[in-house]
Design a protein around this ligand. Structure first.
Ligand code: AHM
Ligand code: MG
Length: 335
């Protein structure tokens, strides 16, 4: 009998920590907090269809609290996990207008990291039992440790990220993350509540045959994007490509990363910057894509080189297999 002894996420984090020079273990503790929060959120997402049934007696849970929408719940869980353990000095979330300063008692926190997070991306898919995800991005603060965290600690270009990743709550639940040394994926064993290394050193195929875009917006897209969609549909060589769009960034990205493909959320006439948020949706995904050998662009510029000016700013987002992203940029340039 073959004995399978996969590495757990906890073991992996500790092993990698010792590979970092001057590592204090702070980043490891931060990743562990995210791991823990993701398990709590996973439990709730898994029983999402039961919420109305369980809550039918007046929408109170077993602790007597009001039932909450899952994206609010996820936000609170991640913030609590990061806050209580004091593993970051600041948190910015899609669900909060302003960033949160994490204090140690009355004083500013000594931690050198800030986290930006989309606690439950694609949450409109929950009601219909389709995959959702959590996306996170981690930076080293630029202001001095021990002083109050400032907006400029969060407004850093993506190329300064220390780590980034996502959790996909799907047919199985996975954490995929990078600390700038490749991308690794861990699958949750729901019976044991343990993540195991299932996808070591993930690489995106250089080119693929999947394109993912909300074609309902077609007539509003820039000409270059329209032309690229037609190119995907032409019968020539390996084309037409296959269209796959879940409408859940994490799930669409995850599939394309494993199989080869491209995800596009371009600008369109009513939304000149597209829909996705640069700091906690585009940047972490772009970092992962590049670490896996892929690419990410706003159509003209590398996502990771964009300079953010506000917390919730949006950006067009084109990401996936390198050759496919280059092709879109060609169409955009020549349109
Ligand atoms: P959200 O952060 O409000 O959940 O929105 C982000 C989601 C992405 O997961 C997904 O790719 C996109 O919005 C889908 O948008 P659309 O329905 O316009 O295609
Ligand atoms: Mg989102």
């Amino acid at each position: 009998m073959k004995i399978i002894n996969p590495q757990t996420l906890g073991e992996f984090i500790i092993e990698k920590q010792s590979e970092f020079q001057y590592s204090s273990g702070e980043l490891s503790r931060l990743l562990s907090a995210i791991k823990l929060a993701s398990k709590v959120v996973n439990q709730e997402v898994n029983k999402a269809g039961l919420v109305d049934i369980i809550g039918a007696m007046g929408n109170k849970n077993v602790q007597g609290e009001e039932q909450q929408k899952l994206d609010v719940f996820a936000n609170e869980v991640f913030i609590a996990a990061l806050n209580n353990r004091e593993v970051v000095c600041g948190i910015a979330s899609e669900e909060n207008k302003d960033f949160i300063e994490v204090k140690a008692g009355k004083n500013a926190n000594e931690s050198k990291y800030v986290v930006l997070i989309d606690p439950l991306d694609g949450s409109s898919n929950i009601d219909v039992n389709v995959n959702v995800g959590t996306i996170f991005s981690i930076y080293r603060r630029v202001t001095s440790e021990g002083t109050p965290v400032e907006l400029k600690d969060f407004l850093q270009p993506g190329n300064k990220q220390v780590a980034a990743g996502y959790v996909v709550y799907g047919s199985s639940t996975m954490i995929v993350y990078t600390t700038g040394y490749g991308v690794n994926g861990f699958t949750l064993d729901p019976a044991l509540g343990v993540y195991y290394l299932s996808h070591p050193d993930i690489k995106i195929p250089e080119k693929g045959n999947i394109y993912s875009i909300n074609e309902g917006n077609y007539i509003k897209f820039p000409l270059g994007i329209k032309k690229y969609i037609k190119y995907c549909q032409e019968e020539e060589g390996e084309r037409p490509y296959t269209s796959r769009y879940i409408g859940s960034l994490v799930a669409d990205f995850h599939r394309n990363m494993l199989k080869g493909g491209i995800y596009l959320y371009p600008s369109y006439s009513h939304a000149p910057k597209g829909k996705l948020r640069l700091l906690y949706e585009c940047n972490p995904m772009a970092f992962l894509a590049e670490q896996a050998g892929g690419s990410a662009s706003d159509g003209f510029t590398r996502i990771l080189d964009l300079n953010p000016i506000e917390l919730h700013q949006r950006s067009p987002f084109i990401c996936g297999s390198k050759e496919m992203v280059i092709k879109v940029e060609e169409f955009m340039k020549n349109a």
